[in-house]
Write a protein that binds this ligand. Structure first.
Ligand code: PMP
Length: 378
């Protein structure tokens, strides 16, 4: 079995399961309790917060633990919109993750104006368009750091500088970025940054929203005063401990991993084009995450290819895993102007921390055979 779907979820890195299990197995209390068992729990929470803060090079007080990227994006959008009385304009792009786009749709129903910026053929937002779309009514700009389907990186430094100059809060969905490229949010002028542990080898169901302390954001979860009142509810302690451990681990390994994954992806793409010369690689004219390959195979159905490769023991995804099961063509490829018939053939191969050259070579072999078989059958 070979797993090449790390953008959907990256398997737990070595040592993380032990951390999660040991926290679960101990008799720790509620981190809000004052007794010894509560203090023990709080120590785990504080330690994890220190590790995540160190990875991102920012102060611990800015971290709000959530159940993942989706909740962090929802908290950022709805929290800010509520603080603004559901009035004003939101500026986002057509290629965002559904956790941004669907939240924006709801906010539009609640009376806010949402503007969706276009992308070019390589999937990039033009910072100049952000600048010209800003108005006095703009209350938030939300642009992802890296696209989950294509790996294309957005010019968030330039966009952040534009927002800062205009005094408009900037939300960066960094869910696919953190853990794949060394990142310092403090060097990105963003007021809100979202991330998720399972995208870089931590546990699923845990993530964070990074918030500038002065930003007014209404909590979505009400109850206890956890997470400085930003997100009530007893914390997912073992998950957060695993998140912290994964953050500590990648802080030292990421630089090396980035170059080894880049080399593997080059091997994959050159072999893939040699095996299937009419395959189309998307996003290659832009800067991309080192691990992501989005490819179309003219005349084939992406879902069928994914299922054929699954039977051969390979896990990849068609378009975005978050929307797989639906047969609607990818909104990202549509925004990039890809022909709908070609985008129906899209598959995504995403490498990660445990990928090897053997994985890549066997995958290309199986890919070649599957494409030929399906083409002969069609
Ligand atoms: N944003 C992006 C860009 C993503 O790729 C994902 C996961 N597919 C999310 C947000 C949601 O993250 P989570 O799975 O932690 O809810």
């Amino acid at each position: 079995m070979i797993y090449l779907d790390h953008n959907a979820s990256s398997p737990l890195r070595p040592g993380i399961l032990d951390v999660v299990l040991s926290v679960m197995a101990q008799q720790v209390g509620n981190p809000a309790s004052v007794h010894w068992a509560g203090r023990m729990a709080r120590q785990y929470l504080d330690e994890a917060r220190r590790h995540v803060a160190a990875l991102l090079d920012l102060h611990e007080s800015r971290i709000v633990f959530t159940s993942g990227g989706t909740e962090a994006n929802n908290l950022a959008l709805f929290g800010l919109a509520a603080a603004k009385g559901y009035q004003g304009e939101l500026l986002t792009s057509q290629v965002e993750h559904p956790s941004i786009l669907q939240a924006c749709e709801v906010l539009a129903h609640q009376g806010m104006t949402v503007k969706y910026l276009r992308v070019d053929g390589a999937g990039r937002v033009d910072p100049g368009e952000v600048a010209s779309a800003l108005t006095r009514q703009t209350v938030l700009v939300s642009i992802m750091a890296a696209n989950n389907e294509t790996g294309v990186l957005q010019p968030i430094h330039d966009i952040g500088a534009i927002c800062q100059a205009a005094g408009v809060p900037f939300l960066v969905d960094a869910t696919q970025w953190v853990g794949k490229i060394p990142l310092h949010p403090d060097s990105v002028p963003a007021d809100l940054v979202t991330l998720s542990a399972h995208k870089f080898g931590g546990p699923k169901g845990v993530g964070a929203l990074i918030i500038t302390p002065s930003l007014l954001l209404e909590p979505r979860m009400l109850g206890g005063g956890q997470e400085r009142g930003r997100r009530a509810g007893t914390e997912n302690l073992s998950g957060i401990a695993g998140f912290g451990a994964a953050a500590a681990l990648i802080k030292t390994t990421l630089i090396h991993e980035q170059s080894s994954v880049t080399a593997l992806r080059e091997r994959l793409e050159s072999q893939l084009l040699a095996a299937v010369p009419d395959a189309v690689l998307w996003g290659v004219q832009a800067e991309r995450l080192p691990n992501t390959t989005a490819v179309g195979i003219p005349g084939l159905d992406g879902e069928t290819l994914v299922m054929t490769l699954d039977l051969a023991g390979f896990a990849i995804s068609s378009g975005s895993a978050c929307s797989s099961g639906k047969t609607t063509p990818s909104h990202v490829l549509r925004a990039m102007g890809v022909d709908p018939a070609l985008s129906q053939s899209a598959v995504r191969i995403t490498l990660g921390w445990n990928s090897t050259s053997h994985d890549v070579d066997s995958f290309v072999n199986a890919f070649y055979r599957s494409v030929n078989r399906l083409r002969k059958g069609s």
